[in-house]
Design a protein around this ligand. Structure first.
Ligand code: NAP
Ligand code: MG
Length: 503
């Protein structure tokens, strides 16, 4: 692929202004340099070139941020704010995100590589909606009254009730695949419950969350309620996970780092929720409407360049339609136009970083070595940027890395199955993960029967990658602990207090 002429695909004036100066950490309502004075580069994955610099926060900055979050949680305007005002403030953040939607989408596209139109229609829209949706819960989360007959104090009456209270100071660590959306999924529910937050964003994609920090200030969020640290996982992230004054840690990222988070959390036994990897089965039965199932299966894996924890990366197709489906999905793959995210004609951008690019290329090489064959794609693009072709692999079997492990790139393995039976269910569930699954069929009985037997936190029937702020999302097995979004996520940020009064 030829080098992209820089001047052709530039961001608008607002985003250009944002990246023109080095971005700082947000601590206690002030933008500040890292204590060490260090900064690190932000890279445009379409060119491999530096587009901005950000502060390199580490343990010292995390300590300052946790102190600020503790102060904001215990005293000052945040705990004193009415639920109604808290809800209105969150709603205002959502409104402002929409006001600055184009700028946010451009920053996201530039930093992460995704097409700007997708960033605008999906990432930014869903992020703003998360704040709007969560704003309503500020006034609707309530406890219950409970009938209590204490067995060893006969004749005495009690009135008992529960109070949902904020869990306290929350550490949140997020990945690079949906930088703004992951920030919104984490921040909005914690704030609606009245928690305060230290957010550690991914080193590859810090920009949109930093802009969100400014937006939250503009909306009137008091100082210290949200603190944002840019920096590295091994230093800033690890310090946050281990911090003795953090009450809860919420993490999204790899299963491997999830394990480290759990270990780090044991010192003060902080609460932990985890959104981890996936290797989702996407199952097409012979009676499916292939006009929707084929593009659906393509989009299930190629959306966001396959950098989705829920990507439909194991495609199971009933034997009698296998060749037709593989050919159809491969045709879809070949049609996808690769290019820089800011080019309006781009349908798939680069992978997020050189590391991710090498990781995905390594998976492809290992797949070919072990006998898999590419019907579409299978190659990286030479030249600038981290581009990998949308790839459909066949002749792949369990035991191969490309089938067993999360690739987190635009690579699907298509595998035939004989019919809908126990063996299909066994194969679909034959993974350490359990995040999502897809089913394509016209037979409602089969659809519901299969949905009930798949060990996954989300099942999509005749669709894939459908998200809404009201729908809980999270994993069975090694895909995580707890749920994001919906009413369910509020559990992550709640302590329930039982109060009993003698009458
Ligand atoms: P990652 O290495 O696990 O990184 C995620 C976050 O954790 C980043 O902010 C990272 O910092 C930080 N981190 C790294 N090492 C740490 C440590 N020792 N202590 C504390 N924090 C640490 O994952 P990734 O490579 O960025 O993202 C891809 C993976 O995330 C995939 O496996 C994917 O399945 C998973 N994911 C899951 C979901 C979900 O909702 N379940 C969503 C998105 C991604 P740095 O930025 O410095 O590395
Ligand atoms: Mg970047």
């Amino acid at each position: 692929m030829s080098a992209v002429p820089k001047e052709v695909f530039t961001v608008g004036a607002a985003a250009a202004k944002f990246i023109a100066k080095p971005r700082q950490l947000l601590i206690d309502g002030k933008w500040t340099n890292a204590e060490s004075g260090k900064t690190f580069p932000v890279i445009n994955p379409a060119t491999g070139e530096q587009i901005a610099r950000v502060a390199e926060g580490d343990k010292a900055d995390v300590d300052k941020a946790v102190k600020a979050a503790r102060k904001a949680f215990e005293t000052g305007p945040w705990p004193a704010m009415s639920r109604s005002d808290r809800g209105k403030l969150l709603h205002r953040i959502g409104d402002l995100m929409l006001k600055y939607a184009d700028e946010l989408a451009e920053l996201e596209s530039l930093d992460n590589g995704k097409p700007v139109a997708v960033a605008r229609a999906a990432d930014v829209a869903l992020s703003a909606d998360m704040f709007h949706y969560m704003s309503g819960w500020a006034t609707k989360r309530h406890g219950v009254t409970l009938p209590v007959d204490c067995l060893y104090t006969p004749g005495v009456q009690y009135h008992s009730y529960t109070r949902p209270e904020p869990v306290g100071v929350v550490g949140q660590i997020i990945p690079w695949n949906f930088p703004l959306l992951m920030a919104a999924w984490k921040l909005a529910p914690a704030l609606t419950m009245g928690c305060t937050v230290v957010l550690k964003v991914a080193e590859e994609t810090p920009l949109s969350a930093l802009r969100l920090g400014e937006i939250m200030q503009e909306a009137g969020l008091p100082a210290g309620v949200v603190n944002i640290i840019t920096g590295f996982g091994e230093t800033a992230g690890a310090a946050l996970a281990a911090h003795p004054d953090v009450d809860k840690i919420a993490f999204t990222g790899s299963t491997e780092v999830g394990r480290l988070i759990v270990k780090a959390a044991t010192n003060n036994l902080k609460k932990v929720s985890l959104e981890l990897g996936g290797k989702s089965p996407n199952i097409i039965l012979a009676d499916a409407d292939l006009e929707t199932a084929i593009p659906g299966a393509a989009s299930a894996i190629f959306f966001n360049h396959g950098q989705c924890c829920c990507a439909g990366s194991r495609l199971y197709v009933e034997q009698k339609i296998f060749d037709q489906v593989v050919e159809g999905v491969s045709e879809e793959a070949k049609k996808i136009k690769l290019g820089p995210g800011l080019d309006p004609s781009t349908q798939m951008g680069p992978l997020v970083s050189e590391i991710q690019f090498s990781r995905v290329c390594g998976f492809l090489e290992s797949g070919f070595r072990e006998g898999a064959k590419a019907i579409a794609g299978g190659k990286k693009r030479e030249g600038k940027g981290f581009f990998v072709e949308p790839t459909v692999l066949v002749d792949a079997k369990p035991g191969m890395k490309v089938v067993d492990e999360e690739i987190f790139g635009p690579v699907v393995t298509a595998m035939p199955f004989r019919q809908f039976d126990d063996e299909l269910v066994r194969q679909a569930n034959n993974t350490i993960y359990g995040l999502a699954a897809g089913i394509w069929t016209r037979d409602v009985s089969k659809a519901h029967a299969l949905a009930a037997r798949l060990k996954a936190g989300t099942v999509w029937i005749n669709c894939f990658n459908i998200f809404d702020a009201s729908l809980p999302f999270g994993g069975y097995k090694q895909s995580g602990w707890g749920r994001e979004m919906g009413e369910a996520v509020l559990e992550n940020y709640t302590e329930s207090k039982a109060v009993t009064v003698r009458i």
